[in-house]
Design a binder for this molecule. Structure first.
Ligand SMILES: [Zn+2]
Length: 110
């Protein structure tokens, strides 16, 4: 890792007392720290997105179209044809892309 090499060089220069080179190396080190911080922020954002997606997979509520964690139950009503059998028609809709689908649902005990 470049940052560790720079830190090592700084330690060596400090022993020799080479002030100008030492200052240059410290500036270099600061730049590397800033770059690492930026990379860290990007990785955190990416990690958060992945966690949300994983959570969506675990709950089974990912939109089939856009794959976002915004797939929600919109409506639940008796099935127009099979309501005598206790079957319910559930409408799911994605609040992100607007895609929707209907599913037959059989409650327990039927
Ligand atoms: Zn969607």
């Amino acid at each position: 890792m470049a940052i560790l090499d720079t830190a090592k060089t700084i330690a060596e220069l400090a022993k020799k007392g080479m002030t100008v080179e030492l200052q240059e190396k410290i500036v270099e080190l600061r730049e590397e720290v800033i770059a690492l911080k930026e990379e860290n922020v990007q990785l955190r954002e990416e990690n958060l997105q992945l966690k949300q997606q994983l959570n969506g997979y675990a709950k089974g509520n990912l939109c089939p179209k856009c794959k976002k964690d915004t797939w929600q139950l919109e409506e639940s009503k008796p099935h127009p044809i099979m309501q005598d059998m206790g079957i319910i028609l559930r409408t799911y809709k994605c609040s992100q892309c607007g895609f929707s689908e209907e599913y037959d649902y059989t409650p327990k005990g039927h």
